[in-house]
Each structure stands twice: as C-alpha cells, then as structure tokens.
Design a protein around this ligand. Sequence first.
Ligand SMILES: Nc1ncnc2c1ncn2[C@@H]1O[C@H](COP(=O)(O)OP(=O)(O)OP(=O)(O)O)[C@@H](O)[C@H]1O
Ligand SMILES: [Mg+2]
Length: 277
Amino acid sequence: MNAMKIENLVRDYGGGKGVFDVSFHVDQGEAFGFLGPNGAGKTTTIRHLMGFLKPKSGSCTINGLDCWRERDKVQARLGYIPGEISFFEGISGAEFLKFIAQYRGIGSQTRKEDLLERFELDPKSKIKKMSKGMKQKLGIVAAFMHDPDILILDEPTSGLDPLMQNRFIDLVAEEKKQGKTILMSSHMFEEVERTCDRIGIIRTGRMVAVDAAAALRERHTRSYTVTLENESAAEAFAADFNGVRDGLKVTVTTKQSLEEIFMNYYGGEKHDEHGAV
Ligand SMILES: Nc1ncnc2c1ncn2[C@@H]1O[C@H](COP(=O)(O)OP(=O)(O)OP(=O)(O)O)[C@@H](O)[C@H]1O
Ligand SMILES: [Mg+2]
C-alpha cells in the first residue's frame, strides 16, 4: 500500500524554478531516500506533503488523505523535521518540547528522555543560546518523541557531527525495523544508501530516477579487462579483485557506488570526498 503518494505535482516559481510534474510514492514500511542538490525541489515537494503549500496542479496524499485539504489530520500523525529549523528563540529547549507535546495533545512523550540521552542533548538552555547542531537535535527529538508511524525528514542530519549522524542513521534503521514509513531528503549518498530501500533523485525540479537502491547499482555494473605483465601478476590481480582470468587478461566486474551513479545522472564533478553535492 502506498503510504505517501505524489502525483504530477507542479509548483512553478518562474525562471525554471520550482517542481515540475513530480511523481513518486512511498510504500507503507518503506524508507525512501530523496536525493538532489541545492535548489532541486526537495523542500518544495516536502512542504506540499506537509500541507504547507497548495499544489498548483497534481496532488499529494498520505494514507489516502489529501495533504492540502486534510492537512490537520495529516500533520497530527506525522513526525517532521523541517529543512530550515526555526524555533521560538526566547524559550528553552525543554519548554519547546513541552509546547509541542501539548500542541499534539499527548501528555507524556514516552521516548523523549531516551532521545535526549541518545543525542546527548541537554534541553535546559535557551534555544537562542544553542548551537546549530543542538537545534537540529532538538528538532529530531520533537519529531520522534511521539512515536509517529510516518516520518518526513528534510535533511535531518544537517548540522550534526559524524558521531551524531551515525546515531541518527541507527535511529532511522530501528524505526524502519518497526515498520515505520520514512521519507528522508539528503545530499549525502552514504546515509541514504545505508538506510533506504528506494531512492528518488530530483534535479532542477524534475525526477530523473526512482528505483530500488540495489537496482540503481545493478544497472550500472561495469566490467574492465586489464592485461597484466605475467602469469603470476595476473593470478594475484584476479585474486585481489575477484576477477576472471584468461591468460594474462583479467576481467573485473564492479558496481558503481551510488555516488558515482548519482554523478552520472548529473554529469557533474564530485565536490568533496564526503560525497556532498
Ligand atoms: N517561495 C519561493 N519563491 C520563489 N522561489 C522559491 C520559493 N521557494 C523555493 N524557491 C526556489 O525553488 C527551487 C527549489 O527550492 P527547494 O527549497 O525546494 O530546494 P531543495 O532541493 O530543498 O534545496 P536545498 O538542498 O538547498 O535545501 C529553488 O530554486 C528555490 O530558489
Ligand atoms: Mg531544502
């Protein structure tokens, strides 16, 4: 069953900006990675799913509910991390979490303490005094503490250090095991490759690929034949790279990393060694 469905979504900001005829779905219990560079249309698509924006044409549904017309119902069930987190700066993190809990109408947030501990966040300080990473952690706690079945996460790891990024990936993997439905946007190949079943790639407002992560890799299997200088070198090379030897020739089959696949679709250059675009 489709838990989330985006059909022919259009929002035209002019000058070629916006989202154009975007369609994809996320099945119940599935983790979907939404990849694309800055300005590609990830947040715009997600804001439609959250019912913050009315589609110019096309539609978004979550569990069969129209995300615009039935946004109150839709939002009540979700866990959401916005792309740009803005809080009421004057209050403390703890007060913010209390406010969110009251807004949701749930008295006790069973997972709050566990999440605060996991991300090593002390919520007592005023939000305006918090670092970027602390604010991001606060957003994570607020999104997960009521144990929602559907999670919409817009660049959830931005601002987190590598240790905390890993803790977040672990959290997402646990949620997935429990059957949660997850949409997660990212610039980072590694984190979606590690956590998501399927991946959609958006570029300048258009989907350029939607497929299983494994299928995306499979389709880009490459083989290279290398001629070595002598038999023993050929044998060693074949052993090292799991290749097939034919005399001095060794054929090695490799699967491109998702990052390489991604860059193929883009035709661009790798920007840094961490795989950010
Ligand atoms: N309210 C708006 N008015 C005009 N243009 C907008 C508006 N919101 C977004 N855009 C433009 O639409 C495009 C898509 O923006 P969006 O925020 O969806 O990108 P994104 O994929 O989330 O990027 P990032 O990775 O930087 O967060 C961008 O070119 C952006 O400048
Ligand atoms: Mg964004």
